[in-house]
Design a binder for this molecule. Structure first.
Ligand code: SP5
Ligand code: ZN
Length: 335
C-alpha cells in the first residue's frame, strides 16, 4: 500500500507530560514512527499541498497561535515545552489577550499536549502526509496510508489536545470533498474517542462519523464519545458512538465494528477515511483493550469489504516495540 511520511514529522519532541499528577516521559514520541518505518517498505515523502487544505478545517487564529506558540513561550522567558495551566471552562470568549498563558488555555482542552520547538513543522508535514494519501486515493489507488505523527483526532477547529494539533483525518475528508466527493464516512478505530473529529463534523449531513472506543465514562477524553451524542442540525444522526468497556477483546470489538460498518453501508458513502490507532492492542501502556496483533488483519479486512476508496491515517498506539507489527497486520487486511 502507498504509504506517506515526512522526516520532519520527527521534529515534534515534547519531553514530559502530566500523568496521574506527575510528569512522565511523553508517550507520543518519535520512536513510534521509527518502529513503524523499520517494518514498512516503500515509504514516500509527501509533496507540499500548502496551507489552504489545512485552513478548510482549522481557524486562522488557531493556526497563527500554533505556529508562534513556542517562540512566544521562549520570548516570555520560559524553558522547555509550552503548555497551559488556566482554562476558560465556560465558553471560550475571543478575548485576544495576547498573553501566551491565556492563549495556551484558549486554544487547548487538556494539559497532556505540550508544544515543542518543532511542533508546528511536524504537524504541518503530518497533515501533508494525509493530503498525499488522499491525493493517491482520489487518483485511483484503492487505499493509501498516511503515517501521521503527531496524531490528529482529538483536536478541533481551534483547539489542541490528546497529543493532537492538526486534525489529519478531517483535513483528508475536506480535501476529498473539495475534489468532488459528496458523502464521506469517517471510521475511528483508535482506543480513544475522536472528539475533535466529531466536533468538526457534528452538524454536517454529508460526513458520517463512526467511532468504536473505550467508554468515556472510564477513559479519556471523558466528556465526549457517549452513545447519546448523535449529531445536530443537518448532522442529526450522522454521528455514531460505539463505546466498549475496558478489557474488550476481539469478540466484543467485532460486534461493535459490525454495527458501525452497517451504518456506513446505509449512509451510502463514496469514500472512507479511517482513523487507525493501535492503542487497542493488549500490550498498550495507556489503554485497556485486549486485541492481539493477529486480530488487526480480520478487522481491517471487514473494513476493506465495504469496497470504498479508503484513506487510512495513523492516530495512537504506544506499545512501541509492537507498533510496526500491529500497523503491518492492519494494512495486510487491505491486500
Ligand atoms: C491520539 C491518542 O491516542 N491520544 C491519546 C491521548 C491520551 N492522553 C491521556 C492519557 C494520559 C496517559 N499518559 C501516560 C503516559 C505514560 N508514559
Ligand atoms: Zn488513542
Amino acid at each position: 500500500m502507498k504509504t506517506f511520511f515526512d522526516a520532519r514529522q520527527h521534529d515534534h519532541a515534547p519531553a514530559m507530560e502530566l500523568h496521574n499528577g506527575a510528569y512522565v516521559p511523553y508517550a507520543e514520541h518519535r520512536g513510534r514512527m521509527e518502529n513503524v518505518l523499520a517494518t514498512l517498505s516503500q515509504v514516500e515523502a509527501p509533496r507540499d499541498h500548502g496551507i489552504e487544505p489545512i485552513r478548510r478545517v482549522h481557524k486562522d487564529n488557531y493556526l497563527a497561535f500554533l505556529q508562534s506558540a513556542h517562540e512566544r513561550w521562549v520570548a516570555a522567558g520560559r524553558n522547555g515545552d509550552a503548555h497551559g495551566y488556566a482554562w476558560p471552562v465556560v465558553g471560550r470568549r475571543p478575548l485576544n489577550l495576547n498573553r501566551i498563558d491565556a492563549d495556551l488555555g484558549q486554544f487547548s482542552f487538556d494539559a497532556s499536549s505540550p508544544i515543542s520547538a518543532g511542533t508546528w513543522t511536524s504537524a504541518y508535514w503530518g497533515a501533508q502526509s494525509a493530503l498525499a494519501a488522499t491525493e493517491a486515493v482520489l487518483g485511483g489507488e484503492r487505499a493509501a496510508f498516511a503515517l501521521c505523527r503527531p496524531p490528529g483526532h482529538h483536536c478541533g477547529a481551534d483547539y489542541l489536545g490528546g497529543y493532537c494539533f492538526l486534525n489529519n483525518v478531517a483535513i483528508s475528508t475536506e480535501a476529498a470533498i473539495a475534489a468532488g466527493k459528496r458523502r464521506i464516512a469517517i471510521l475511528d478505530v483508535d482506543y480513544h474517542h475522536g472528539n475533535g473529529t466529531q466536533d468538526i463534523f457534528y452538524d454536517r449531513g454529508d460526513v458520517l462519523f463512526v467511532s468504536v472506543h473505550a467508554d468515556p465514562a472510564t477513559d479519556y477524553p471523558f466528556f465526549w464519545g457517549h452513545a447519546d451524542e448523535r449529531g445536530e442540525g443537518a448532522g442529526e444522526g450522522t454521528t455514531l458512538n460505539l463505546p466498549l468497556p475496558r478489557g474488550s477483546g476481539l469478540e466484543a470489538y467485532r460486534a461493535a465494528l459490525d454495527t458501525g460498518l452497517a451504518a456506513i453501508r446505509d449512509f451510502g458513502a463514496d469514500m472512507l477515511c479511517v482513523s487507525f490507532g493501535a492503542d487497542t492492542f493488549a500490550g498498550d501502556p495507556i489503554s485497556q483493550f485486549a486485541l492481539q496483533t493477529a486480530d488487526y488483519t480480520p478487522i481491517a479486512r471487514s473494513i476493506a469489504d465495504l469496497d470504498l476508496p479508503t484513506v487510512i491515517v495513523m492516530e495512537g498506539g504506544y506499545a512501541v516495540d509492537a507498533l510496526g507489527a500491529n500497523v503491518a497486520a492492519f494494512l495486510a487486511g487491505f491486500d
